[in-house]
Ligand binder design. Structure first.
Ligand code: EPZ
Length: 427
């Protein structure tokens, strides 16, 4: 297994291209199942999770072609065609590798009238249930059966009649599955307390570009008027707001400055506010978000929350930055029950972080020191990279395959702005 070696202490400065958003792309890819016409997605990030999803779609008989792109280009153009669907089953061996595979349930049900998907199981940050996905589909008229570790959803022959569902907990994935199930319903579907993340807006915009009739986009009340069929489309994936926030923390911890090309403050306002509260300068410019720090960092008190609140996917990276603040920060992880896997690794680098349940107290320290550290999940891995950029000496991050799931050519991008970083194989 590869590892990444960072020699900390370099001030980062320059321009970075922000790639297409992983969490938008993973919701846009399954939309191909909703039509027999070609769907072309531009600005798709080169990520392990995207490759896994492509492989899963191929299992259903979806053909996928990647347009030629130069090696130096970020992102790819993929055309997907679900003219003939040869299977409606998402098998365990594929779903267990990537829980976002559950996002084929809604569109496959809508297009084929039934879908059978292996239960995703949990992951490092929590048990990740799918009960809300299933309750929303049932509210729209689907029959749900569970057997042998698989969930099976069946629609009436005339299609889903439609209905109304209020989420008791905001769920990004359940909102996405419900949207993709509702667009081809025989009736109208209503969602309340739906997720409002920018990735949901991206999905709604693609679906409407394919001929869907979704109202309330960007709000927590969505109305989906079912239509008989959807057509193909060409669509550009939004920029990755979490990648942008991650590199903002990386530049800031080194007292540097970076122009995050493609990043939009509107997509990440709570993260930008947290950075400003910490003393980091952030300003939206034409091409992207300009981020600059002068070295002095202030402590921050913040809790993760559904959009427009502070994104849980930014918690670990902000925590790494706050290890260098002058004072104690208080972070509360409200979304997932086990998202502090990065804490023991950061403490091994000289951080002083105490956790009690969902609360973490981050006591700022003068200096961190490089160490051998273990990546455990995607965003925890990025927090170790952020810390390593400012730590004295060498940090070796092991099991970086976690990073490859969500950060396109990470070490190339960081080297471009001055980091002393390299990837070595054979862990
Ligand atoms: C999406 O996961 C993202 N993944 C996650 O990003 C992100 O952390 C999360 O949304 C929250 O923003 C993708 O988009 C591929 P949820 P998702 O359903 O949809 C509970 C990353 O690092 N819940 O919004 O799985 C759940 O346990 C990843 O890029 C239920 O109880 O998240 C959690 O506590 C990590 N029942 C909360 O809701 C359900 O049926 C929010 O989960 C579904 C969720």
């Amino acid at each position: 297994m590869d590892r990444i070696i960072i020699r900390g202490g370099r001030r980062l400065a320059g321009r970075l291209t922000i790639s297409g958003a992983k969490n938008a792309a993973l919701a846009l890819l399954p939309c191909t199942l909703l039509t027999d016409e070609p769907l072309t997605l531009r600005n798709l990030p080169r990520l392990a999770d995207i490759d896994s999803f492509q492989h899963l779609l191929n299992q259903f008989g979806v053909t996928t072609t990647i347009a030629g792109s130069r090696p130096e280009d970020f992102g790819r153009v993929m055309t997907l065609s679900a003219t003939r669907i040869t299977s409606t089953v998402a098998p365990y061996e594929l779903v267990r590798k990537m829980r976002a595979s559950i996002l084929v349930l809604g569109p496959m049900l809508a297009r084929m009238g039934e879908a059978r998907v292996s239960l995703p199981g949990g992951c490092a940050i929590g048990n990740r249930p799918i009960d809300l996905h299933l309750k929303a589909l049932e509210a729209f008229g689907a029959t749900i059966e569970m057997a042998e570790g698989y969930v099976r959803a069946i629609a009436p022959d005339a299609g889903l009649p439609g209905g109304r569902y209020t989420f008791p907990v905001v769920s990004v994935g359940a909102t996405e599955n419900a949207l993709m199930a509702g667009v081809l319903a025989a009736g109208t579907c209503h969602l309340h307390n739906a997720a409002r993340e920018p990735e949901i807006v991206d999905l709604c915009n693609l679906l409407n570009a394919m001929g869907a009739a979704i109202e309330g986009i960007g709000t927590s009340d969505l109305t989906i008027h079912g239509v008989p069929r959807l057509h193909g489309a060409t669509y550009r994936v939004m920029a990755d707001r979490i990648e942008a926030g991650s590199y903002a923390c990386a530049a800031a911890i080194t007292g540097g400055e970076v122009l995050l090309c493609g990043a939009r403050e509107d997509d990440m306002a709570a993260s930008v506010q947290a950075l400003r509260d910490a003393g980091v300068h952030c300003e939206q410019q034409g091409e992207g978000l300009h981020v600059a720090a002068d070295g002095a960092l202030r402590p921050v008190t913040i809790a993760t929350a559904p959009f427009p609140g502070f994104a849980t996917d930014m918690q670990a990276q902000l925590m790494a930055l706050l290890c260098r603040a002058e004072g104690a920060s208080v972070l509360t992880e409200s979304i997932f029950e086990n998202r502090y896997m990065h804490v023991p690794e950061l403490n091994r680098m000289g951080a002083h972080i105490e956790t009690k349940g969902r609360v973490a107290i981050v006591h700022g320290v003068q200096q961190m020191t490089g160490a051998d550290v273990m990546a455990t999940d995607l965003r925890a891995s990025m927090s170790l990279i952020v810390a390593g950029l400012a730590a004295a000496g060498e940090t070796r991050v092991h099991r970086v395959y976690h990073l490859d799931r969500g950060y396109e050519r990470l070490e190339e991008k960081l080297a471009l702005i001055g980091a002393d970083i390299e990837r070595v194989g054979g862990d």
